[in-house]
Design a protein around this ligand. Sequence first.
Ligand SMILES: [Zn+2]
Length: 453
Amino acid sequence: VTVRIGLEIHVYLKTHSKLFCACSARFLEAPAPNTQVCALCTGQPGAKPMGVNAEALRLGLQVAQALGCTLMPGVRFQRKHYFYPDSPANYQRTATPHGTNGSLEGVRIRELHWEEDPGAYDLREGTVDYNRAGAPLLEIVTEPDLRDPAHARAFLAELRFLLDHLDANYEAAGLKADVNVSVPGGERVEVKNVNGLRNVETAIDHEVARQTEAISRGEPVGRETRHFDEVRGVTTRLRTKEEEADYRYMEDPDLPWLPLPPALLSETLLPEAPLARRTRFETAFGLARAEATTLLRERSLADAFEALASTLPPAAVAEFLQRDLRGELHARGLTFTASGISVAELTALLSGLGARSITPQVATRLLRERLDFGRSLVEGVRAEAAEKGTAEQAVGEAVVAALAENPKAVEDYRAGKATALNFLVGAVMKRLKGRAAPDVVRAAVEAGLGNLR
Ligand SMILES: [Zn+2]
């Protein structure tokens, strides 16, 4: 028997509106409390849901597919009753699973289902903000297959990768998880409502250590529910979990059985599962796992990579995209999609770099001008290449003239007098009025002397 860790992860789906009404689901962007609400999401008598948000259905199905789940032919929404100010209807709508028996990173996924978020109740002020109420959540329930904190970290990193690739989670809202941990000799302890992946990891670390230590001291670890203290990074006792709360589940009479017909499934399904695509990036393009993961984190960037790598060296493309491009995007808080940069522009930039008509420094400058001022990369590369051509021509002409005017220096150089080269370089620099790099001029003079020979 080993440590057993299971997770119930709540992901805020990245939709425009809430699960059952047209109110904005971007509750963090609300101007003030209770401004993104309606009769339905504040649970007013008689308000009935008119349907289920199609975006939430699409994203939930894609996540289920990416986790290798068996998809259900349909779902039913149930009312989960409880009494607390965050839910004026006194129940939360939660669906039966739409995906079951998946797996990720060696962890079995028991099931996935949709549910609505309750409001946010402030215990001290006694106020409630319902902007969040009705926001679409996806709950992902694992079997207790996570072996240790490191395994949990790897699992969560993979899950985050999938959610990012599918652009499925409202990232700013973070995610919440209930963490179940049991160590040999103890019972299952549940840590409720841990916010964010980092805290989930910390909570697991803390619980495994705490329970292991208690057992080693001969203290019993009974079944209980604990709270995670974000500030101190520890868990504290909440209540002894004697039995499951009675939620009096019942089918929601306002929402009929929701079929997930083959047509919806087939238009929703991804052409290639994200993990399979990553494996293909590794084998077909020779990318390391970390590189492929970075590129696939944003689907449009991965698509751009594939298009570019069909004509340009994949290794150089991957390096540029994940280091230079993502670095510049990250510094501006932009996604690749939001930047509006096209594959044609990147082709121009990377071809220019490959042909050495622009230097890496110039490439970076052009990229910045594109992001900050909207200057086209195609135009930028063309202008730089033309300028470079003109500059090279000017250097060439100056070298020819300087060599013709200084036959003595040329002769001295041929006789093995090294200082003569410096003199000739100086003569060219003078003609160019210093508008050229000394090493470029030196190379051009050496080439010119070689041609005279
Ligand atoms: Zn509403």
